[in-house]
Design a protein around this ligand. Structure first.
Ligand SMILES: *[C@@H]1O[C@H](CO)[C@@H](O)[C@H](O)[C@H]1NC(C)=O
Ligand SMILES: *[C@@H]1O[C@H](CO)[C@@H](O)[C@H](O)[C@H]1NC(C)=O
Ligand SMILES: *[C@@H]1O[C@H](CO)[C@@H](O)[C@H](O)[C@H]1NC(C)=O
Ligand SMILES: *[C@@H]1O[C@H](CO)[C@@H](O)[C@H](O)[C@H]1NC(C)=O
Ligand SMILES: *[C@@H]1O[C@H](CO)[C@@H](O)[C@H](O)[C@H]1NC(C)=O
Ligand SMILES: *[C@@H]1O[C@H](CO)[C@@H](O)[C@H](O)[C@H]1NC(C)=O
Ligand SMILES: *[C@@H]1O[C@H](CO)[C@@H](O)[C@H](O)[C@H]1NC(C)=O
Ligand SMILES: *[C@@H]1O[C@H](CO)[C@@H](O)[C@H](O)[C@H]1NC(C)=O
Ligand SMILES: *[C@@H]1O[C@H](CO)[C@@H](O)[C@H](O)[C@H]1NC(C)=O
Ligand SMILES: *[C@@H]1O[C@H](CO)[C@@H](O)[C@H](O)[C@H]1NC(C)=O
Ligand SMILES: *[C@@H]1O[C@H](CO)[C@@H](O)[C@H](O)[C@H]1NC(C)=O
Ligand SMILES: *[C@@H]1O[C@H](CO)[C@@H](O)[C@H](O)[C@H]1NC(C)=O
Length: 704
């Protein structure tokens, strides 16, 4: 059993194996026997100035020289890539490889990264007829590509990239029928891409990027049926993308970016069914994208169309391509609404750049977790969906409550030009934010502080007026005991009219029980000073508030006095009394009009639901309106009705608001002879945070 072998046995077996392997390797790798080749290698060693460390003089070249590959005692490959020259050798390095001509079986020469300053010798193509791989990447090679390279009939890989090659690409390269890899990128080559390239029928990878190649993309490239990689980017190629390229069924990567290509993206590219990367950015491509273009490109992972002039919609099929990892359509004139798209892309590790286009409407919802999504520089409007990920760029749009948006002028123009409705950043009137600058927040803040200042000013003026009137009335009273109300104080003429029907309609106790569901807890609004307030609905469907005054807890006279007052006074600033019921001795009922907007304490700091913005609490225009309304009401109570009513301390809960936020005072009448609150006190309270407790001094009672 093998598993029970002793350690020495294992060692022995391994040793035998090792000897066998090395003998076999030596049989394959005979020492260099051909003296012509031996001397050629030594010539090369000295002409390149290679170090003894790498190519030892006493060593066997086929065994001990780094990068020398032999077969049957003949040299078949030389790689000086990664080697260093001796100090003497690096004084004046040259493209000195003449001795290679005496290595007649040389199949590979690799000098990638090893500097060979100078131009490629013309004899190279004639002499190295066995050459299959020539790698001169980043080897400081300059000058033109010799035409003779076209004679290297066995060449299958030609790497000349990253040098300073100049001149045109020789058309003779088209004769390299065995060529499968051609990399001429990152040189200074000029002129057109040779038409003859269409005959390189074995080509798998063609990289001509980063040169100064001009003229059109040859349609003949379509004949390169084995082509998997085509990079023509960063040249100055013109004309349109040939339709024929769509026949490259094997093509995996297509990079035509950063050229001067014109015309539309041909729908025929839809035939590139193996394509994973399509890079067409930074050209002059126009027109719109056909839906058919992407329907067969099911393997597409990278699509870059940025910085062109493409317009119209993004083909819907793109939004449901599962493989798509990177989409950059930025800097075009793409348009359309993306709100209702079904984004079926796998957004994990996915990057979409839709910036600087003309997309509009609401932002798409439920985007998933893109690693990056750039919506900036479009015309999206409305609110940002809650589930939008944090790594979404949203600036320079028309979105609500987002920093750094377009000016409303810009946005309005865009939507108006297309006959679309624009929400104007959610603001009620377009006039408010029609300023040119897009620094919207500055204006909001300025508006806020400006508004505040305006209100403070108005209140001051109001206080001044009221105080002066106080004095005037006081003096008038002294003279004439009763005087007319001063004129021109309030913007609204105070319509004083004694309610001819007295204290309104007479209700039966049963009726009121019915209206309030028997004073059910659900209908209880609050416990007031002088009685509980209940919600009620009349037969007509009109909502009312019923006040139940418990006379056992209240002095009867004060209740009668309230009725008496209400009998005499009615003012548009007082809450209207609709009726009453006095059937029960111990319990009196008063029916008031229902104020839909409650009292000031509810409205001023209204609790907003989380869905909405914080724009729900009272705006300053409304606050001002309320301040004036309250002042009018108080002014009436003090001066215009006779005898003047002196009320108890005004609280926010006394200031009721009807459906139009007009003030109707309630909860403030204690009729007594002494002066109560000053007006200043009342007005200042209006603009302060209200107290929520309804505790007044005992013995007072409310109108409401
Ligand atoms: C050359 O390589 C052979 C086999 O790889 C080895 O036995 C020999 O010691 C090496 N000679 C030198 C000088 O490195
Ligand atoms: C090639 O080898 C021959 C004979 O060894 C020699 O005369 C000739 O100079 C060599 N050619 C080059 C280019 O080194
Ligand atoms: C030795 O090498 C030279 C050049 O590679 C070649 O022409 C010659 O035929 C070779 N001689 C033998 C005996 O293989
Ligand atoms: C040339 O050598 C470098 C460094 O060893 C290597 O990375 C490269 O693949 C080689 N070139 C070819 C064509 O094999
Ligand atoms: C061509 O060469 C350049 C520079 O050496 C390299 O970056 C690029 O990847 C190569 N192209 C291909 C297709 O290998
Ligand atoms: C094409 O070449 C350019 C420049 O050489 C390079 O930046 C780009 O990545 C290449 N494209 C692809 C798809 O590799
Ligand atoms: C491409 O191939 C077709 C048929 O294989 C041939 O007729 C045509 O001439 C070729 N085009 C070029 C430009 O070589
Ligand atoms: C997509 O593939 C189908 C079937 O292979 C083919 O009929 C159709 O023409 C292709 N569409 C495009 C735009 O190439
Ligand atoms: C893109 O749209 C903008 C705004 O509508 C327009 O001014 C510009 O001319 C358009 N560009 C192209 C290339 O159509
Ligand atoms: C999107 O593209 C624009 C320009 O085309 C670029 O400035 C921006 O950085 C890109 N966004 C992301 C997230 O890469
Ligand atoms: C998008 O959806 C909204 C509501 O979800 C709908 O009102 C609107 O008509 C839809 N728009 C389109 C173009 O389907
Ligand atoms: C989405 O892609 C990630 C990797 O990019 C992968 O792990 C995940 O399984 C994919 N999800 C689906 C539903 O294909």
């Amino acid at each position: 059993m093998e598993a029970h072998r002793s350690p020495p046995e294992v060692v022995l077996t391994l040793l035998v194996l090792l000897v066998f392997v090395s003998c076999f390797a030596r049989a394959q790798n005979n020492p260099l026997r051909n003296n012509t080749e031996r001397s050629a290698l030594f010539d090369l060693r000295s002409s390149l100035g290679l170090r003894a460390k790498d190519w030892p003089r006493r060593g066997e070249p086929c065994w001990n020289w780094t990068g020398v590959a032999c077969q049957n005692g003949r040299v078949v490959g030389i790689s000086v890539s990664g080697l260093q020259r001796t100090r003497a050798g690096s004084v004046n390095p040259q493209f000195a490889v003449a001795s290679l001509a005496n290595l007649s079986l040389l199949a590979t020469f690799n000098s990638s990264g090893f500097a060979l300053p100078g131009s490629i010798p013309d004899w190279l193509g004639q002499s190295l007829s066995a050459l299959q791989v020539l790698d001169l990447r980043s080897a400081s090679v300059r000058g033109p590509i010799p035409q003779s390279l076209g004679s290297l009939g066995s060449l299958h890989s030609l790497y000349l990239s990253g040098n300073s090659l100049t001149g045109a690409i020789p058309s003779q390269l088209g004769q390299l029928s065995a060529l499968s890899v051609l990399n001429l990128s990152q040189n200074s080559l000029t002129g057109p891409i040779p038409q003859t390239f269409s005959t390189l029928s074995n080509l798998i990878s063609l990289d001509l990027s980063s040169n100064y190649l001009s003229g059109p993309v040859p349609p003949g490239l379509a004949n390169l049926t084995k082509l998997q990689f085509l990079n023509l980017s960063s040249n100055i190629l013109t004309a349109s993308i040939p339709n024929q390229l769509g026949q490259l069924f094997q093509l995996v990567e297509l990079d035509l970016s950063s050229n001067n290509l014109m015309g539309t993206v041909p729908v025929d590219l839809g035939g590139l069914r193996s394509l994973q990367k399509m890079l067409l950015g930074n050209n002059g491509l126009q027109g719109s994208l056909s839906d058919k273009l992407f329907s067969n490109l099911t393997r597409l992972q990278f699509l870059v169309l940025s910085d062109n002039k493409i317009e119209g919609d993004i083909p819907g099929v793109l939004w449901s391509m599962h493989g798509l990892r990177f989409l950059d359509v930025s800097g075009n004139n793409f348009t359309g609404v993306l709100a209702n798209l079904s984004w079926n892309v796998n957004s994990t590790n996915t990057m979409f750049n839709l910036s600087n286009n003309l997309f509009y409407g609401a932002l798409p919802t439920s985007l998933g977790k893109f690693s990056l999504i750039d919506f900036s520089g479009n015309y999206f409007q409305g609110k940002v969906p809650n589930d939008i990920e944090t790594n979404a760029s949203l600036n320079r749009n028309c979105l609500q409550s987002v920093m750094d948006q377009r000016s409303s002028e810009d946005c309005r123009l865009f939507y108006a030009e297309r006959n679309l409705s624009f929400d104007n950043f959610g603001a009620p009137s377009p006039a408010e934010s029609s300023t040119k600058s897009n620094k919207r927040w500055i204006f909001i803040l300025a508006g806020l502080f400006g508004g505040l200042g305006f209100i403070v000013l108005l209140v001051l003026v109001l206080l001044l007026l009221l105080r002066r009137c106080d004095k005037r009335i006081a003096s008038q009273r002294e003279i004439a005991n009763v005087g007319p109300a001063p004129e021109g104080r309030s913007p609204l003429p105070a319509k004083v009219s004694i309610n001819s029907s007295g204290v309104g309609e007479l209700f039966t106790y049963e009726q009121i029980l019915h209206y309030t569901d028997g004073f059910s807890e659900i209908n209880l609004i609050k416990h007031g000073h002088s009685g509980d307030l209940f919600r009620g609905i009349l037969e007509s469907g009109a909502p009312v508030v019923v006040k139940r005054v418990d006379l056992r807890a209240l002095k009867k006279e004060s209740y009668m006095m309230e009725l008496d007052v209400l009998n005499k006074v009615s003012h548009m600033r007082l809450v209207p009394l609709l009726g009453h019921c006095l059937e029960h001795d111990s319990e009196k009922l008063l029916v008031y009009k229902y104020m839909p907007n409650g009292d000031l304490s509810n409205s001023l700091y209204r609790v907003t639901n989380l869905e909405d913005d914080n724009l729900q609490s009272l705006d300053w225009i409304t606050r001002l309106k309320i301040a004036i309304g309250a002042a009018e009401g108080l002014s009436y109570l003090h001066h215009e009705c006779s005898p003047p009513l002196v009320h108890r301390d005004v609280q926010a809960s006394s200031i009721l608001l009807d459906d139009k936020f007009e003030v109707r005072l309630g909860s403030l009448s204690e009729v007594h002879a002494q002066e109560g609150d000053s007006h200043q006190n009342v007005i200042t309270k209006l603009l302060r945070k209200p107290q929520t407790s309804e505790q007044g001094s005992s013995g007072t009672y409310n109108l409401h």
